[in-house]
Design a binder for this molecule. Structure first.
Ligand SMILES: Nc1ncnc2c1ncn2[C@@H]1O[C@H](COP(=O)(O)OP(=O)(O)OP(=O)(O)O)[C@@H](O)[C@H]1O
Length: 620
């Protein structure tokens, strides 16, 4: 609404004041900065990868349009979109090399690229005319209203950029970018191809800037390496976005207008453009110190404090009224599907079921410590297999090796007939391997619904660009939240939920992957009895619908009641495997893990321990 009114006012301004080129120029430079800030926001705001050399794409666009206009004798405006194409291609090339890794290398390399572009433009004289620069023809329209066509072109490009950014943020691609920003390792485990996402985001953030650069060259009618590839341009982009609100839709636009006005004031009243560097340095410090989240998020937070939304007390009541389990289209493993069809209920896994997961002689060392030591483990289709063992015996490390969070030093891992130990984590997710974490790793700044909609069960572009706010993906996320009983909390920030509720949301999130096998790392840890009862119910129903489970758990009564078979780990390798009643009486297991409390009395009948309840109480 406010954005619409502002747009109408901006559209009307040149009509009302056609003979005032100076304010038009100030505004159109504001549009240009807003285009850059909004674009930068895609990779650095949504994706969290800070580029400090983004003004390079403006220079690339300017040079592309300038060179082509000279060589082909055409108006630079007609070739301005090719400036966008050049920026996009260069971004893909740089991104393909730099964005394969995580971390700070990207920041440094973006600055290096900006400076490299300046050096190339200076020295590649045959193409760029070196430091002499390129002079372009004057606009073909009358000088009296020279700025007006540029005003409307930049305004149109800004509207397109904001619409593009808004659309992107609504897709699963946008959700994936925010997931990368919050926890890249977790994002990869839910099927987000982090490398592809980052490269696409970087390229998407370059295209509009490059196109605007082509138009800007025509506006200036002169381009040279120093002006086109100036570091100050990049500083302005960063400052504008941080001021307005990084990661928000309109923050970069608001910030751009503010920074542009300050910049103009500094030039006019502050003793020339040199003073701008000082003023911007100071402004950056003040923003970081006093508005770390930017203007828009600060105002929103203030409004929320004044008009707090109705938030239900986060007890487990909702989870006690959950919906029935429904599974999605991914074909079930044949044997399980047959079992479900024949029996209409869970067919407990047996020794005859084919293996779904096969870990063969896998090892992992951390310096001198061998956390996993040549471990073999088979999880058969249709089972709920438990993996138990003392603290530090290597269970979580084995989970990390299976899902790709860590690389094994040796051994092989096979899943559903394919060797997966060399695969990236998201590829394993696409094959149907999902996991939850011992300490939940939800994306805390997203809502519960956004957390559940974010996973990608395949690598198709169609899935990646599908709507995450409305439509079948959002509906499915809601359905999954109902299954775990938390549908009414869909719009709450994930960070505001209790630990037990977060565990349930993480399970719903994994279900979005349409998994064949779910690895649950201590699902009962920190969960209250009634919520735990629901959790086991959901696990049973999912298992009956064809999902296989591998569960690490210290709640032995729960394990004995829910799981079959049980594998016992000690010192990084299995020491026993079998049905629960055999495991709980196994002297090796009693010695290594369960202890004397579980040792059957000499007079007792052959061991069968009362499994207790699924409430976290160890029945002794
Ligand atoms: N990233 C790491 N760097 C160094 N050592 C690690 C790392 N991850 C795990 N370890 C060590 O490997 C061993 C196995 O840890 P792991 O977390 O796999 O055990 P666990 O069986 O899951 O324990 P728990 O039941 O307490 O969760 C421990 O000694 C742990 O300190």
């Amino acid at each position: 609404m406010i954005a619409g009114l502002c747009l109408v006012a901006l559209l009307m301004y040149p009509v009302v004041n056609p003979w005032e080129p100076y304010p038009q120029a100030v505004l159109l430079l504001g549009f240009l900065l807003a285009i850059q800030a909004s674009s930068w926001n895609i990779i650095s705001g949504y994706g969290g990868y800070t580029s400090l050399g983004h003004s390079m794409f403006l220079g690339l666009g300017s040079y592309t349009a300038g060179i082509l206009a000279l060589r082909w004798g055409v108006n630079p405006l007609w070739v301005a979109p090719l400036g966008g194409v050049t920026a996009l291609v260069i971004a893909v090339l740089i991104g393909s090399v730099v964005l394969r890794t995580r971390g700070h290398a990207f920041v440094i390399i973006t600055i290096a690229m900006l400076l490299a572009a300046q050096i190339i433009a200076t020295n590649f004289q045959s193409l760029t005319q070196g430091s002499d620069g390129i002079t372009l023809e004057l606009p073909f329209w009358g000088r009296d209203f020279q700025n007006i066509p540029f005003y409307y072109i930049f305004l149109s490009l800004l509207v397109l950029t904001v619409l593009f950014s808004a659309w992107l943020r609504r897709t699963k691609f946008g959700a994936g970018l925010v997931a990368i920003r919050e926890d890249e390792g977790k994002a990869a485990s839910i099927g987000v191809n982090t490398t592809r996402f980052k490269i696409v985001a970087y390229a998407a953030s370059a295209f509009m800037i490059g196109t605007a650069g082509g138009v800007y060259a025509y506006y200036l009618t002169f381009i040279n390496p120093i002006g086109s590839f100036a570091i100050l341009g990049s500083v302005l982009i960063v400052l504008a976005t941080l001021t307005g609100g990084r990661g928000t839709l309109y923050g970069p636009v608001i910030g751009a207008f503010i920074v542009n006005l300050v910049s103009e004031a500094a030039t006019v009243y502050g003793g020339g453009s040199q003073s701008r560097v000082l003023i911007f340095g100071l402004a950056l410090m003040l923003v970081v110190l006093f508005l770390p989240k930017g203007i828009l998020p600060t105002v929103e937070a203030w409004c929320r404090r004044r008009h707090p939304a109705e938030v239900e007390y986060t007890d487990q009541a909702g989870a006690l009224n959950r919906g029935p389990v429904t599974t999605r289209e991914r074909p079930l493993p044949e044997v399980v599907a047959a079992g479900v069809a024949d029996e209409g209920a869970r067919r407990p896994g047996s020794g005859d079921d084919p293996p779904l997961l096969d870990v063969r002689g896998v090892s992992k060392r951390f310096g001198g410590l061998t956390a996993v030591d040549g471990a073999d483990l088979t999880v058969r289709q249709g089972t709920i297999t438990a993996l138990i063992g003392p603290n530090g015996s290597g269970k979580t490390t084995l989970f990390n090796l299976i899902t790709g969070g860590m690389a094994a030093d040796s051994g092989e891992i096979w899943f559903d007939g394919r060797r997966i130990d060399g695969m990236r984590p998201w590829k394993r997710g696409h094959l149907g391997l999902g996991r939850t974490y011992q300490v939940t790793r939800l994306f805390k700044e997203m809502t519960v619904q956004q957390n559940v909609v974010a996973p990608l069960p395949d690598s198709r572009w169609r899935t990646m660009l599908s709507d995450a706010v409305h439509g079948h993906e959002a509906d499915r996320a809601r359905e999954l939240l109902d299954i775990v009983g938390l549908g009414r909390m869909a719009d709450q920030p994930a960070g505001s939920l209790s630990f037990g509720q977060q565990k349930l949301v993480e399970l719903a999130q994994v279900l979005m992957l349409q998994p064949k096998l779910i690895l649950l790392d201590e699902p009962a840890g920190g969960v209250n009895p009634s919520l735990l009862g629901r959790l086991t119910e959901v696990i049973r129903e999912l298992n009956a619908a064809g999902v296989t489970f591998l569960i690490v758990e210290h709640n032995i009564p729960l394990v004995l009641e829910l799981c079959d078979p049980v594998v016992v780990f000690s010192h990084g390798a299995p020491i026993a495997e079998g049905p629960p009643e055999r495991i709980q009486a196994d002297p090796v297991v009693l010695d290594a893990y369960l202890g004397d409390d579980w040792r059957p009395a000499a007079t007792d009948p052959p061991a069968h321990h009362s499994p207790g309840t699924a409430t976290g109480e160890v029945v002794r």
